[in-house]
Design a protein around this ligand. Structure first.
Ligand SMILES: *Cc1c(COP(=O)(O)O)cnc(C)c1O
Length: 447
């Protein structure tokens, strides 16, 4: 396992993060446990701030869908970044963390009327409008409130990026955004300029996630700038803001070669500036929305090993006390992770095993075929790079309580999310009175 952030091996031969012995953390807080390396999370924020904001005046918005809670929102605020939220729940979390609402961007392809009302009441900085239905709905709601909604329009630029390559497709067939290619984007721009309770600020795109190919960003930036120019020529409206989304890839396991935030910033911003120069228009204010590349590497999940099953000649299954319920990514996307035995980091990895979760799904496997020291029940397994899309995607499948989360820094650990207990599991269950003594008669079995 690659050591990230403040990870090191201490003299007890245990994995240490943020100066805290992970074996002690597992004992004190139980397992599974999400451990967030505060210094690394902050450093990742600072990297973005330095490479984009200080260098180019670009606004950096942390995508809170990757990891959000009160403590994380507060750290993001302290580091000077904005926040991208995609639901009333994420917005509420930001508000409760007293996040400055003018630095909040509200995304989503199906915001409900209530969510839009909440966003206007909170006075969020921008609403990123995804489609024409939402545009009309938002205009009406803003009208009722006698206010103007500041929006940017989510467009699909016809550039779709996956890890190592990007494709120039029509990509008209997407649930997100309005395609430039088929004219929907232009009609939305025109309509936005007409509507009396809408204030159009600019345009947005997000071309994918876990991207290593920086040329895909340059290409998307060029397509968007071409469209800024086209809008200017056709309507006389010059977009003030250009939000180019997030998606920078990170290291999860061998074969991942992430690019630096600085390279990303330089390539993206030179593409925007070159186009502005070409068209002789002022470069719009650029916004980027990194998620995974800030939160991902800062998280590690600790599990306790339970059942070990060696199927002779086939495979050795090692089961942990969590699984797809706290990390659905391997089951959803076949994502790969690295791990180590947190309580015996010095021992040679000599045995190939597969790490199984405890959910009732054959697909609930966290890692296939990993070399580890000989494992025994009770060992602590640490899986790295679980900061993004783990806790935020966690669920109560099999009625498993969700894990706790601790923030570690300079030898101190603070609980930032409590572990759910069984009472939480039935918290919203309601027992109707009539179930207590009535027998339901089905028509087909009336005799
Ligand atoms: C998911 C998402 C992001 C963040 O993506 P990462 O790959 O986590 O950096 C940014 N913007 C939008 C609109 C998104 O949907």
């Amino acid at each position: 396992m690659r050591l990230l952030g403040t990870m090191r091996f201490n003299d007890k031969r245990h994995l240490e993060i943020g100066g805290c012995d992970t074996v002690e953390l597992a004992k004190k807080y139980g397992t599974p446990l999400y451990v967030i390396d505060e210094a690394l999370f902050r450093q990742n924020c600072q990297n973005y701030y330095r490479s984009f904001t200080e260098e180019y005046g670009t606004e950096v918005i942390y995508a809170s869908k990757t990891l959000s809670n009160l403590a994380i929102c507060t750290i993001v605020e302290q580091e000077g970044l904005g926040l991208d939220v995609v639901s009333g729940g994420e917005l509420f979390t930001a508000a409760k963390a007293r996040f400055p609402m003018e630095r909040v961007y509200f995304h989503g392809n199906n915001k409900s009327p209530d969510e839009l009302r909440l966003a206007l009441d909170y006075k969020v900085g921008r609403i990123v409008v995804d489609n024409l239905y939402e545009l009309e709905l938002l205009n009406a709601i803003a009208g009722e409130k006698d206010t103007k909604a500041s929006i940017i329009l989510r467009l699909s630029p016809g550039v779709e990026a996956h890890t190592h390559e990007y494709i120039k497709t029509g990509q008209i067939d997407s649930k997100f955004g309005l395609a430039i290619e088929n004219g929907m984007a232009m009609s939305a721009v025109m309509r936005s300029l007409e509507l009396s309770n809408i204030l159009l600020k600019g345009i947005h795109c997000h071309i994918g996630s876990q991207i290593f190919e920086l040329a895909s960003y340059a290409h998307a930036a060029e397509v968007m700038m071409n469209f800024v120019q086209k809008i200017f020529q056709e309507t006389g409206y010059l977009a003030e803001e250009l939000n180019l989304g997030g998606g920078l890839g990170i290291y999860y396991s061998e074969g991942d070669y992430p690019r630096s935030v600085k390279e990303y910033a330089d390539i993206l911003m030179s593409a925007v500036r070159a186009k502005a120069a070409e068209f002789d228009i002022p470069a719009p204010k650029v916004i980027v929305e990194p998620g995974r590349s800030i939160s991902g590497p800062s998280g590690t999940t600790l599990y306790r090993i339970g059942a070990i099953k060696d199927i002779p000649g086939i495979r050795k299954y090692v089961s942990v006390d969590g699984g797809m319920s706290d990390n659905p990514r391997p089951a959803l996307y076949k994502s790969k992770y690295e791990a180590c035995l947190a309580n015996r980091v010095n021992e040679e990895p000599i045995e190939q095993v597969s790490i199984a979760g405890k959910c009732c799904e054959s697909g609930d496997m966290l890692i296939w075929d990993i070399k580890l020291p000989v494992i025994t029940t009770g060992d602590i397994l640490a899986i790295s790079c679980t900061g993004a899309y783990n806790y935020s995607m966690s669920m109560n499948y099999n009625r498993l309580p969700r894990p706790a989360m601790v923030l570690v820094c300079e030898g101190k650990a603070d609980l930032i999310v409590k572990r759910e207990d069984y009472a939480d599991i039935i918290r919203n269950d309601v027992m109707p009175q009539r179930l207590c003594n009535s027998r339901i008669k089905l028509a087909s079995s009336s005799r």
